[in-house]
Design a binder for this molecule. Structure first.
Ligand code: GDP
Length: 391
C-alpha cells in the first residue's frame, strides 16, 4: 500500500523529486511525504541479491519505499514484486547521472560528512549516499547507530551501495530490534521470507530452472546440491577440493566444469559404496564471471534456484552465491572450508547454524559492540569470524 501511494508517477513521488532540486536541503516537509531508499547493483549476483534483501528489510522498518536502479539487467532476472505499481527507479530520476559517481569521496556520502563534520543538525539534506561494504570506514558504519538513524530518519532520499547482507546489523539497533522481533518472531527466517516475497524470476529464468529440474533432478530419491566456488587457483587446488567432496552428488554448480567431470568419471569407473545409482549434473560451466551479461546472469540465478530446491546442500566458504541458495531454500548447508597450505582441509566442512546468510564483514562499531554481547540470536559466522549472522 505504501508503494502504491508513493511509487513512481504518483503525486507523492513527484513532490519528493522536487525536494532534490531545493539546493540539496529539505524544505516544507509535511507528514504525508514519502521517503525512499534506492538500491544499486554492486559486485556479483549473490552480493546483489543479499544487499537488495537488506535494503528491503531497512525499508520495512523505516517506512521507506524501495526503488531499484534498473540500468543493468535486473528486469531480465526478476518480475515486479508489488502489484499495481513499480519498484523500478524511473530512468529520468534526477540523480541518475550522479549515482555512478557516489563513492566515499562524494560530498553527500554520509560517512564522509560525519568525518568532515559537515552534518548540520538544523538542516536536513534532500539525499544521502550510504556506503556499506566489507571495507567501509568507521564513519560509514555509524549508519548502524541509533542516534545516527534519528538524523537519517528525516532525509527523503537514501541511495545505498552495498555488497553485504547487513540485515543482522539492523537487529543490533535497539529501536529496530523492537520492530523486527514483531515482524520476525523466528529470527533465522528473515532472508527466507523476504526473498520469497521479493523475488519472482522472469519466465526465461524459471524456464531454465524447471527444464533442468524436470529432466535431471525430479525423479531422484534425494537431491544433493554442491556449490563449488573457487576464489583462487594455486597449484593442486583442484585435487584438494576433489578430496573434500567424495560423496554422492547430483547437482553441481561451479564456474569450472572439471568438478562434475571428475565426479562423473569416478562413478563410471567404480560403483558407489552402497550400490546406489549416482547421477551427476552440472547445468553450466561458464569458466569466468561475466556479471551484467544477460544470459550469464540468468544461468547464475537459475542455478541459485536449483541449489535451493535440493534436499541437502553443500556450499563454499564466504560465497554469497551459496548464501542466497541456502536462504531461498531454507536449508542449513554444510560449508566447505577453503583449501589452504596445499591440502584439503580437515575437517572438510562445517554445518551451518542457521539458514540465514552471513553478513561477511560485520559493521560492529562502537555503538554495536555492546548490543552484540546482549543479543543472543546474532552470532559470529561459522565460516568467517569477522562476520555475523542471525541464528
Ligand atoms: P560470490 O562471488 O561467490 O560471493 O558470488 P556472486 O554471485 O556475488 O559473484 C559470483 C558470480 O560468478 C556469479 O554471480 C556468477 O556470475 C558467477 N558464478 C560463480 N559461481 C557460479 C556457478 O556455480 N554457476 C554459475 N552459473 N555462475 C557462477
Amino acid at each position: 500500500m505504501l508503494h502504491k501511494r508513493c511509487g513512481p508517477n504518483t503525486k507523492a513521488y513527484k513532490r519528493a523529486i522536487k525536494q532534490l532540486g531545493n539546493n540539496n536541503n529539505v524544505i516544507n516537509s509535511n507528514g504525508d511525504d514519502c521517503q525512499y531508499v534506492v538500491w544499486t547493483p554492486m559486485f556479483g549476483l549473490g552480493n546483489r541479491i543479499l544487499s537488495m534483501v537488506s535494503v528491503f528489510t531497512y525499508a520495512l522498518i523505516t517506512d521507506r519505499v524501495m526503488l531499484v536502479d534498473q540500468r543493468n539487467d535486473i528486469t531480465d532476472l526478476f518480475c515486479e514484486p508489488f502489484p499495481g505499481t513499480s519498484w523500478l527507479l524511473p530512468l529520468d530520476f534526477p540523480l541518475t547521472d550522479q549515482i555512478d559517481s557516489f563513492n566515499r569521496t562524494h560530498s553527500h556520502c554520509y560517512g564522509t560528512m560525519l568525518k568532515n563534520h559537515t552534518v548540520n543538525s538544523t538542516t536536513t539534506p534532500s539525499h544521502l549516499y550510504i556506503d556499506i561494504f566489507h571495507d567501509s570506514r568507521d564513519h560509514d558504519k555509524m549508519f548502524f547507530c541509533e542516534e545516527n538513524q534519528a538524523f537519517i530518519k528525516n532525509v527523503p532520499w537514501l541511495v545505498v551501495k552495498s555488497n553485504l547482507y547487513y540485515a543482522p546489523s539492523l537487529w543490533l539497533i535497539p529501536s529496530f530490534q523492537t520492530k523486527l522481533i514483531k515482524l520476525f518472531p523466528q529470527k533465522d527466517t528473515v532472508f527466507h521470507h523476504l526473498s520469497h516475497y521479493l523475488f519472482h524470476p522472469t519466465n526465461q529464468v524459471w524456464g531454465m530452472v524447471t527444464r533442468s529440474y524436470n529432466a535431471y533432478l525430479s525423479r531422484a530419491d534425494e537431491v544433493l546440491g554442491l556449490q563449488i566456488r573457487v576464489f583462487s587457483t594455486p597449484a593442486g587446488y583442484f585435487q584438494h577440493v576433489m578430496d573434500q567432496i567424495i560423496l554422492k552428488a547430483v547437482l553441481v554448480t561451479s564456474l569450472h566444469p572439471e568438478y562434475s567431470d571428475e565426479l562423473k568419471n569416478m562413478y563410471l569407473e567404480r560403483p558407489s559404496s552402497t550400490g546406489e545409482i549416482i547421477q551427476v549434473y552440472q547445468p553450466s560451466g561458464e569458466r569466468v564471471q561475466q556479471t551484467d551479461k544477460k544470459v550469464h546472469d540468468q544461468k547464475a540465478l537459475a542455478e541459485i534456484y536449483l541449489l535451493s530446491l535440493t534436499d541437502k546442500l553443500v556450499t563454499s566458504t564466504r560465497s554469497t552465491f551459496g548464501y542466497v541458495a541456502q536462504g531461498l531454500g531454507g536449508l542449513k548447508p554444510w560449508i566447505l572450508y577453503e583449501p589452504r597450505h596445499n591440502k584439503a582441509p580437515d575437517p572438510p566442512c562445517v554445518r551451518a547454524m542457521s539458514t540465514e546468510p552471513c553478513s561477511l564483514k560485520a559493521p560492529i562499531s562502537a555503538c554495536q559492540a555492546e548490543t552484540i554481547k546482549t543479543t543472543p540470536f546474532v552470532k559470529y559466522c561459522e565460516d568467517r569470524i569477522t562476520g555475523i549472522k542471525l541464528v
